[in-house]
Design a protein around this ligand. Structure first.
Ligand code: BMA
Length: 333
């Protein structure tokens, strides 16, 4: 039987903004919206940009009829002006196979803004990479084969190549259950990807027993690439909430450090969750329970780190920490 983790707590170096109150939720959206979560955030040309997921038209049972990606701008990374229409929809992809776009991440590379996103199709889940220069249109550069998602890009080329972290879903070869790991691939042009290799297995995370996946795009520090990932532990005794008959998973945010020159080397990992679900919004205020889903991390000039995460698939929240405190958590350095 899988190991259980009854109590998981957030690190004391983390401070939740306003005690865990959302920084963005449906009341802030000027068009039809219900659940606002799993956002990507980047600092780009002097302002903060957020791409967020909006699930709406809840069927009252367990699913939403619509899901779009919205966009917001901010001067301080906390208060947001939401654009008056969605940024990326299923229709924008002009592909009859696509049924849903969601879970965006934003990355600035060489003066352009890139978007990674998940795509559900009638033939599997795919990971998309797009680029925008005007924050009106997205040019889609590539889509993975199924099943893969949770992709993040590094903010610069390493050894002349673009690098991404990703999370395929190898169900067939993993015993028919969730045992999903983080892989890394490289590309000369963001279109053709290869040199794929395992970065971290779920068994390498002491507090996960189900799956892991990339979270926020890596941030460059003198010590290495600092990055957040999500982790899932499952406990079969967990029960019902508002969304599903049996929601037995808990999502946390994890922290690791990758070698600057060779990011396939993990040079530090915090052996406990950086953020575990604890506040009302995170534990039971949403459509799901116990979900922290990190999608953005920004290092400010004064050494403060802003961490953006979806809480229980319903609202977007933020926490801060000092870079030196985050680095101090990492074992193996
Ligand atoms: C994952 C994704 C995320 C979501 C999480 C928790 O599989 O679908 O978008 O936040 O589950 O429900």
């Amino acid at each position: 039987m899988a190991k259980m983790f009854p109590e998981l707590r957030s690190s004391s170096v983390i401070t939740r903004y306003h005690g865990g109150e959302p920084i963005l939720s449906k009341k802030d959206i000027p068009y039809e919206a219900d659940c606002i979560f799993n956002a990507g955030v980047v600092k780009f040309n002097g302002r903060y940009v957020m791409a967020f997921r909006n699930d709406y038209q809840f069927d009252g049972v367990g699913a939403f009829g619509k899901c779009v990606i919205g966009l917001a701008f901010s001067q301080d990374g906390i208060h947001w002006d939401v654009q008056d229409k969605p940024f990326l929809t299923v229709e924008d992809l002009h592909d009859p196979d696509v049924t849903k776009v969601y879970d965006p991440r934003l990355i600035a590379i060489e003066g352009r803004c890139y978007l990674c996103f998940a795509v559900d199709t009638k033939h599997g889940l795919r990971g998309g990479i797009g680029v925008t220069d005007d924050f009106e249109h997205v040019e889609v550069l590539s889509l993975t084969v199924p099943d893969n998602r949770n992709m993040v890009l590094f903010p610069e080329k390493i050894d002349g190549k673009y690098v991404r972290l990703e999370r395929p879903f190898p169900v067939y070869s993993r015993g028919g259950i969730d045992r999903f790991d983080i892989l890394m691939s490289k590309s000369p042009d963001l279109v053709y990807w290869g040199e794929s290799q395992l970065l971290m297995g779920v068994e390498d995370v002491p507090y996960a027993n189900d799956k892991i996946g990339p979270g926020a795009p890596p941030v460059k520090t003198e010590a290495g690439w600092l990055t957040l990932f999500h982790t899932v532990d499952i406990d079969r005794t967990r029960g019902k909430n508002g969304w599903e008959e049996r929601w037995q998973k808990r999502y946390c945010a994890g922290l690791m450090l990758l070698d600057l020159k060779d990011p396939s080397k993990i040079i530090g990992m915090y052996k406990e969750p950086l953020i575990a679900p604890e506040t009302e919004y995170e534990v039971e205020g949403g459509f799901r329970t116990n979900v922290i889903f990190p999608g953005g991390m920004i290092l400010e000039d004064d050494g403060t780190v802003k961490i953006y995460y979806g809480a229980s698939d319903t609202v977007e929240c933020m926490a801060t920490a000092r870079l030196e405190d985050l680095l101090g958590l990492l074992e193996g350095r």
